[in-house]
Each structure stands twice: as structure tokens, then as C-alpha cells.
Design a protein around this ligand. Sequence first.
Ligand code: ADP
Length: 175
Amino acid sequence: MTAVKVECVKGNIAAQQDMDVIVNAANAELLPGSGVAGAIHSAAGPGLAEECGALAPIRPGQAVISSAHNLPNQYVIHCLGPVYGVDEPSDRLLADCFRNALLLADRHGQASIAFPAISTGVFGYPLQDAAVVAMKAVAGTLADLNSVRLVRFVLFSDQDLSVFDKALKLESRLS
Ligand code: ADP
């Protein structure tokens, strides 16, 4: 187990130049779509959707890895978050996204990974609950990581950032 830094920033998940891996809040078919997936696919270019065709469909909680095409990162990891109130148990499926993405990045020898607030947009997961699930999932995975040293949450607004920052401070295993 290595020392892992966890941080929250405001920004665009598709503009994280200094990170090895960015995580996509994908849909089951791994198609461009809106929100995070739209931003990532438009920055990556059409090669990403082409590659993703062979990896789809994925299930809630699952994570798959692709190359990053025109993005400045090494890889994109695509996670399908639960649709809140539909894919149950939502908290476990959301935690699985974070855990599986971290393990996948680690297995590929990557040092840094940036997550968006998976499921909190179109999929309707309450932001505060999602933040707690995310921090607990990261904390619970730390002991299994060898190469990952930096985990970044990228939030789209100041308000979302403060919710994630608060959840990070409350998770004693990450301090
Ligand atoms: P989901 O379908 O998993 O709910 P969305 O893409 O709809 O995923 O939204 C997930 C979260 O990401 C929302 O909180 C949304 O505000 C935020 N978001 C949308 N676009 C971006 C972006 N380019 N960078 C970072 N966060 C984003």
C-alpha cells in the first residue's frame, strides 16, 4: 500500500492534462451522449466511440478501459453508474464504479486518476449521498492499490465542490 492523496477540484473532467487516467460517467452502450460522456467524447475525437463499440454494453458498477485518443491522458476508464432508484442497491453499485475504476487503473500501472461525480447528473443520485459513497469507496480500496498515488474528484460547480470537499474531510481514512 502506497500513500494516496485524494483531492477535490472544480473543473472539466475532459481538461485534466496532468492526470494519467480520466473516468467517464458512461451510458451502457458507451456512446457519446450528454454531460461528462459528451465532453469526453468530443475532446477525444471519433476514435474513442469506435473503440468503445467493441467494449459495450457494460453493467451498472462495471468499469472498462480504453485508450484516450486525442485527450492528453493515457487512458479513459468508462463506468456505468446506477440510475438512482432504479438500479439497486444504488449505493453498492455506485461504490463498485469507484472501486473497479481504481483497481483497473492500478492494474495498468497508472499513478493518477480523475473522477467526475458519477450518477449525479442525468442518473439522479443525490449529490451529498454520492459524495459519501465515493469517499468511502476510495478509502476502502486504498489497501489494494500499488501504483495509484493521486485520486482527484473533478466537480462542475463551486456548490458541488464544497459538498465533495466536506465528504472528503469527514472520511477519516483519507486525512
Ligand atoms: P450520469 O449520467 O452518471 O448522472 P452526467 O454526465 O449526467 O452523468 O453527470 C455527472 C456529473 O458530472 C453531474 O454532477 C454533472 O454536473 C457533472 N458534469 C457534467 N459535465 C461535466 C464535465 N465536463 N466535467 C466534470 N463534471 C461534469
